[in-house]
Design a binder for this molecule. Structure first.
Ligand code: SF4
Length: 207
């Protein structure tokens, strides 16, 4: 059984998949407490659902892109089995994770979008660097930044671990905290091929 908060159909708001219709499976529980967390309701207990029940609900939306998110989905022991089942049914999967738990059991075909928590989150320093060896160019990394200091820290991590040689790197300003145009300028001036990741679901409210 998997602890689920909600399953819903909307537009993807982040990563290079932003803008595409997506079915979201939000799992319950998180091992972190980021200061800017906008899904604190996912820290609560969810509803226990069997894999077949989850797949049936996902199928009812007739949408082939599925995002598994949280909370922290890797806290659910049956997550790799759910991924296998969805892949076998022809779904594309995007897995959002905070990067602090082992991803080695997640099938390779799943696109991983992994956060590296900056100091401004208050949860920095817990990233599992071993996870990097399971990534390929189709996967994505994300730094959520709350300040210029976070951006400078992200640049030093990117250089130290040669992250641009692995996959796309998203720089995601915390909504309402930073000036997006200013962040765009920081990216341009860094001379690095980073992607400005604005949260589409914070820009438009989908009815
Ligand atoms: S990892 Fe994500 S869900 Fe967990 S506290 Fe941080 S922002 Fe919230």
């Amino acid at each position: 059984m998997i602890s689920i908060i909600e399953i819903f159909h909307s537009l993807q708001g982040e990563t290079t998949k932003a803008g595409f219709p997506t079915v979201f499976i939000r799992m319950a529980g998180c091992n972190l407490r980021c200061v800017y967390c906008d899904t604190q309701y996912a820290w609560e207990e969810g509803i226990q659902m069997a894999i077949d029940e989850i797949v049936k609900t996902v199928e009812s939306f007739h949408c082939k892109l599925v995002e598994i998110t949280g909370g922290e989905p890797l806290e659910q022991p049956e997550l790799p089995d759910l991924c296998e089942k969805l892949l076998s049914k022809g779904f594309s999967i995007l897995l959002e994770t905070n990067g602090t738990l082992d991803i080695s059991k997640i099938p390779q075909k799943v696109v991983k979008a992994i956060d590296i928590k900056c100091p401004g989150s208050n949860e920095s320093g817990k990233f599992l660097y071993d996870n990097l060896k399971h990534l390929s160019p189709k996967d994505e990394l994300k730094f959520v930044i709350s300040s210029k200091e976070d951006f400078i820290w992200a640049i030093s991590e990117i250089e130290k671990h040669d992250l641009l040689s692995i996959c796309t790197i998203n720089i995601s300003p915390v909504a309402g905290v930073l000036n997006n145009a200013e962040v765009a300028r920081w990216i341009i001036d860094s001379g690095k091929n980073l992607r400005l990741n604005l949260q589409l679901h914070k820009i438009i409210e989908i009815k």
